[in-house]
Design a binder for this molecule. Sequence first.
Ligand code: ATP
Length: 224
Amino acid sequence: MIEARGLTRRFGGTLALDGVSFEVAEGAKIALLGANGAGKTTLLALLSTLLTPSEGGASVAGHDLASDGAALRASIGVLTHRPMLYEELTPEENLRFFARLYSVGDAGERVEELLRAVGLWLRRDEPTAVLSRGYHQRLAIARALLHRPPVLLLDEPETGLDREALELLDRLVLHAPGLTVLAATHLRERVASWADGVLELERGRLLEGGEVAQASAAAAGAAR
Ligand code: ATP
Protein backbone atom coordinates (compact mmCIF):
# COMPACT_ATOMS: atom_id res chain seq x y z
CA MET A 1 0.00 0.00 0.00
CA ILE A 2 3.00 2.25 0.60
CA GLU A 3 6.21 1.72 -1.32
CA ALA A 4 9.28 3.94 -0.98
CA ARG A 5 12.22 3.48 -3.36
CA GLY A 6 15.44 5.21 -2.41
CA LEU A 7 13.69 8.30 -1.11
CA THR A 8 16.24 11.03 -0.55
CA ARG A 9 15.76 14.65 0.48
CA ARG A 10 18.35 17.35 0.98
CA PHE A 11 17.88 20.79 2.49
CA GLY A 12 20.92 22.70 1.26
CA GLY A 13 23.84 20.79 2.76
CA THR A 14 21.66 18.74 5.12
CA LEU A 15 20.80 15.21 4.07
CA ALA A 16 17.45 14.81 5.88
CA LEU A 17 16.55 11.49 4.24
CA ASP A 18 19.09 9.18 2.68
CA GLY A 19 17.97 6.47 0.23
CA VAL A 20 15.01 5.16 2.21
CA SER A 21 13.23 2.07 0.80
CA PHE A 22 10.45 0.05 2.41
CA GLU A 23 7.02 -1.43 1.83
CA VAL A 24 3.90 -1.33 3.98
CA ALA A 25 1.19 -3.92 3.30
CA GLU A 26 -2.49 -3.04 3.01
CA GLY A 27 -4.12 -2.72 6.43
CA ALA A 28 -0.81 -2.70 8.31
CA LYS A 29 -0.23 -0.30 11.18
CA ILE A 30 3.41 0.83 11.25
CA ALA A 31 5.11 3.05 13.82
CA LEU A 32 7.84 5.36 12.50
CA LEU A 33 10.47 5.84 15.19
CA GLY A 34 13.61 7.93 15.50
CA ALA A 35 15.21 10.69 17.53
CA ASN A 36 14.53 14.39 16.92
CA GLY A 37 15.82 15.30 13.47
CA ALA A 38 16.00 11.68 12.26
CA GLY A 39 13.84 12.47 9.22
CA LYS A 40 10.35 11.25 10.22
CA THR A 41 8.50 14.45 9.33
CA THR A 42 10.46 14.75 6.09
CA LEU A 43 9.49 11.18 5.09
CA LEU A 44 5.80 11.81 5.84
CA ALA A 45 5.90 15.13 3.95
CA LEU A 46 7.40 13.38 0.91
CA LEU A 47 4.79 10.59 0.97
CA SER A 48 1.98 13.15 1.20
CA THR A 49 3.46 15.28 -1.66
CA LEU A 50 4.04 18.30 0.59
CA LEU A 51 7.72 18.02 -0.37
CA THR A 52 9.35 16.64 -3.51
CA PRO A 53 12.22 14.15 -3.25
CA SER A 54 15.74 15.11 -4.27
CA GLU A 55 16.12 11.51 -5.49
CA GLY A 56 14.07 8.35 -5.45
CA GLY A 57 10.35 7.80 -5.63
CA ALA A 58 7.33 6.31 -3.92
CA SER A 59 3.78 5.21 -4.44
CA VAL A 60 0.86 5.27 -2.05
CA ALA A 61 -2.38 3.32 -2.67
CA GLY A 62 -1.04 2.53 -6.14
CA HIS A 63 -0.49 6.18 -7.08
CA ASP A 64 2.96 7.38 -8.03
CA LEU A 65 4.26 10.42 -6.16
CA ALA A 66 5.70 12.12 -9.22
CA SER A 67 3.06 11.41 -11.87
CA ASP A 68 -0.17 10.89 -9.93
CA GLY A 69 -0.05 13.43 -7.09
CA ALA A 70 -3.74 14.43 -7.16
CA ALA A 71 -5.00 10.83 -6.95
CA LEU A 72 -2.42 10.11 -4.25
CA ARG A 73 -3.61 13.06 -2.16
CA ALA A 74 -7.23 11.90 -2.49
CA SER A 75 -6.20 8.49 -1.10
CA ILE A 76 -4.53 9.71 2.07
CA GLY A 77 -5.55 11.33 5.31
CA VAL A 78 -2.86 13.49 6.88
CA LEU A 79 -2.21 14.71 10.38
CA THR A 80 0.85 16.94 10.73
CA HIS A 81 2.29 19.40 13.23
CA ARG A 82 0.30 22.10 11.50
CA PRO A 83 -3.37 21.54 12.29
CA MET A 84 -4.47 22.90 8.87
CA LEU A 85 -7.75 24.13 10.32
CA TYR A 86 -9.50 27.47 9.89
CA GLU A 87 -9.49 29.06 13.33
CA GLU A 88 -12.30 31.53 12.56
CA LEU A 89 -14.65 28.76 11.39
CA THR A 90 -16.48 26.40 13.74
CA PRO A 91 -15.60 22.69 13.85
CA GLU A 92 -18.68 21.92 11.76
CA GLU A 93 -17.84 24.60 9.18
CA ASN A 94 -14.26 23.32 8.98
CA LEU A 95 -15.38 19.78 8.25
CA ARG A 96 -18.04 20.92 5.77
CA PHE A 97 -15.41 22.99 3.95
CA PHE A 98 -13.01 20.05 3.66
CA ALA A 99 -15.90 17.73 2.72
CA ARG A 100 -16.60 19.97 -0.29
CA LEU A 101 -12.90 20.06 -1.13
CA TYR A 102 -12.77 16.25 -1.10
CA SER A 103 -16.17 15.90 -2.85
CA VAL A 104 -17.58 13.81 -0.01
CA GLY A 105 -21.03 12.69 -1.27
CA ASP A 106 -22.84 12.32 2.06
CA ALA A 107 -21.17 15.38 3.62
CA GLY A 108 -23.91 16.26 6.12
CA GLU A 109 -24.12 12.76 7.58
CA ARG A 110 -20.38 12.17 7.48
CA VAL A 111 -19.61 15.47 9.25
CA GLU A 112 -22.14 14.72 12.02
CA GLU A 113 -20.85 11.15 12.39
CA LEU A 114 -17.26 12.36 12.83
CA LEU A 115 -18.09 15.30 15.12
CA ARG A 116 -19.90 12.83 17.37
CA ALA A 117 -17.09 10.27 17.08
CA VAL A 118 -14.40 12.72 18.25
CA GLY A 119 -16.53 14.26 21.00
CA LEU A 120 -17.06 17.65 19.32
CA TRP A 121 -20.75 17.46 18.51
CA LEU A 122 -21.80 19.68 21.43
CA ARG A 123 -19.06 22.21 20.58
CA ARG A 124 -19.65 22.17 16.84
CA ASP A 125 -20.82 25.82 16.70
CA GLU A 126 -18.00 27.46 18.67
CA PRO A 127 -15.12 29.16 16.84
CA THR A 128 -12.29 26.65 16.47
CA ALA A 129 -9.93 29.32 17.88
CA VAL A 130 -11.40 28.93 21.39
CA LEU A 131 -10.90 25.15 21.48
CA SER A 132 -8.04 23.67 23.48
CA ARG A 133 -5.04 22.03 21.79
CA GLY A 134 -6.45 18.57 22.43
CA TYR A 135 -9.75 19.52 20.79
CA HIS A 136 -7.87 20.96 17.81
CA GLN A 137 -6.17 17.58 17.52
CA ARG A 138 -9.52 15.77 17.73
CA LEU A 139 -10.84 17.98 14.91
CA ALA A 140 -7.71 17.32 12.86
CA ILE A 141 -8.26 13.57 13.29
CA ALA A 142 -11.85 13.97 12.07
CA ARG A 143 -10.62 15.97 9.08
CA ALA A 144 -8.04 13.33 8.21
CA LEU A 145 -10.74 10.63 8.16
CA LEU A 146 -13.43 12.68 6.40
CA HIS A 147 -13.07 11.32 2.84
CA ARG A 148 -12.58 7.73 4.06
CA PRO A 149 -8.99 7.47 2.77
CA PRO A 150 -7.43 3.98 2.71
CA VAL A 151 -4.10 5.32 4.04
CA LEU A 152 -3.37 7.60 6.99
CA LEU A 153 -0.02 9.37 7.43
CA LEU A 154 0.29 10.75 10.95
CA ASP A 155 2.97 12.87 12.61
CA GLU A 156 2.88 12.41 16.39
CA PRO A 157 -0.89 11.97 16.52
CA GLU A 158 -0.92 11.46 20.30
CA THR A 159 0.40 14.96 21.02
CA GLY A 160 -1.92 16.90 23.30
CA LEU A 161 -4.52 14.15 23.64
CA ASP A 162 -6.02 13.23 27.01
CA ARG A 163 -6.87 9.62 27.86
CA GLU A 164 -10.34 9.74 26.38
CA ALA A 165 -9.03 11.24 23.13
CA LEU A 166 -6.23 8.64 23.00
CA GLU A 167 -8.92 5.96 23.13
CA LEU A 168 -10.68 7.69 20.23
CA LEU A 169 -7.46 7.74 18.25
CA ASP A 170 -6.92 4.04 18.97
CA ARG A 171 -10.46 3.11 17.94
CA LEU A 172 -10.84 5.36 14.89
CA VAL A 173 -7.32 5.10 13.48
CA LEU A 174 -4.71 2.89 15.13
CA HIS A 175 -6.97 -0.16 15.43
CA ALA A 176 -9.28 0.58 12.49
CA PRO A 177 -9.66 -2.62 10.42
CA GLY A 178 -8.38 -2.36 6.86
CA LEU A 179 -6.86 1.12 7.26
CA THR A 180 -3.16 1.36 6.40
CA VAL A 181 -1.34 3.57 8.92
CA LEU A 182 2.16 5.02 9.05
CA ALA A 183 2.54 7.11 12.21
CA ALA A 184 5.63 8.90 13.52
CA THR A 185 5.74 8.71 17.29
CA HIS A 186 8.02 9.22 20.28
CA LEU A 187 5.77 7.16 22.54
CA ARG A 188 7.61 3.85 22.27
CA GLU A 189 5.81 2.43 25.26
CA ARG A 190 2.47 2.67 23.39
CA VAL A 191 3.72 1.18 20.13
CA ALA A 192 3.30 -2.49 21.01
CA SER A 193 -0.38 -1.87 21.80
CA TRP A 194 -1.26 -0.72 18.27
CA ALA A 195 1.52 -1.28 15.74
CA ASP A 196 2.04 -4.40 13.65
CA GLY A 197 5.60 -3.31 13.06
CA VAL A 198 8.09 -0.48 13.29
CA LEU A 199 10.41 1.38 10.96
CA GLU A 200 13.21 3.24 12.69
CA LEU A 201 15.13 6.16 11.20
CA GLU A 202 18.58 7.24 12.34
CA ARG A 203 20.06 10.36 10.77
CA GLY A 204 17.98 9.92 7.62
CA ARG A 205 18.59 6.18 7.14
CA LEU A 206 16.38 3.26 7.98
CA LEU A 207 17.71 0.77 10.47
CA GLU A 208 17.22 -2.92 9.55
CA GLY A 209 17.64 -1.96 5.86
CA GLY A 210 13.95 -1.09 5.53
CA GLU A 211 12.62 -4.37 6.91
CA VAL A 212 9.62 -3.74 9.13
CA ALA A 213 10.67 -4.87 12.62
CA GLN A 214 8.45 -6.39 15.29
CA ALA A 215 6.65 -3.84 17.44
CA SER A 216 7.70 -5.75 20.57
CA ALA A 217 11.32 -4.79 19.81
CA ALA A 218 10.34 -1.14 20.15
CA ALA A 219 8.70 -1.87 23.48
CA ALA A 220 11.90 -3.55 24.61
CA GLY A 221 13.78 -0.42 23.49
CA ALA A 222 11.43 1.68 25.62
CA ALA A 223 12.25 -0.44 28.65
CA ARG A 224 15.98 0.11 28.25
P1 ATP B 1 11.29 15.43 15.29
O1 ATP B 1 11.20 14.15 16.07
O2 ATP B 1 12.05 16.49 16.02
O3 ATP B 1 9.98 15.91 14.74
P2 ATP B 1 12.03 14.38 12.64
O4 ATP B 1 12.49 12.98 12.76
O5 ATP B 1 10.62 14.60 12.20
O6 ATP B 1 12.26 15.13 14.02
P3 ATP B 1 12.75 16.08 10.41
O7 ATP B 1 11.87 17.24 10.82
O8 ATP B 1 12.30 15.28 9.26
O9 ATP B 1 13.03 15.13 11.66
O10 ATP B 1 14.19 16.69 10.12
C1 ATP B 1 15.25 15.94 9.54
C2 ATP B 1 16.44 16.87 9.26
O11 ATP B 1 16.11 17.75 8.19
C3 ATP B 1 16.83 17.74 10.43
O12 ATP B 1 18.24 17.88 10.41
C4 ATP B 1 16.16 19.06 10.12
O13 ATP B 1 16.84 20.14 10.69
C5 ATP B 1 16.24 19.10 8.60
N1 ATP B 1 15.12 19.86 7.99
C6 ATP B 1 13.83 19.50 7.99
N2 ATP B 1 13.08 20.40 7.33
C7 ATP B 1 13.93 21.36 6.90
C8 ATP B 1 13.79 22.57 6.15
N3 ATP B 1 12.60 22.97 5.68
N4 ATP B 1 14.89 23.29 5.90
C9 ATP B 1 16.11 22.89 6.33
N5 ATP B 1 16.33 21.76 7.05
C10 ATP B 1 15.25 21.01 7.33
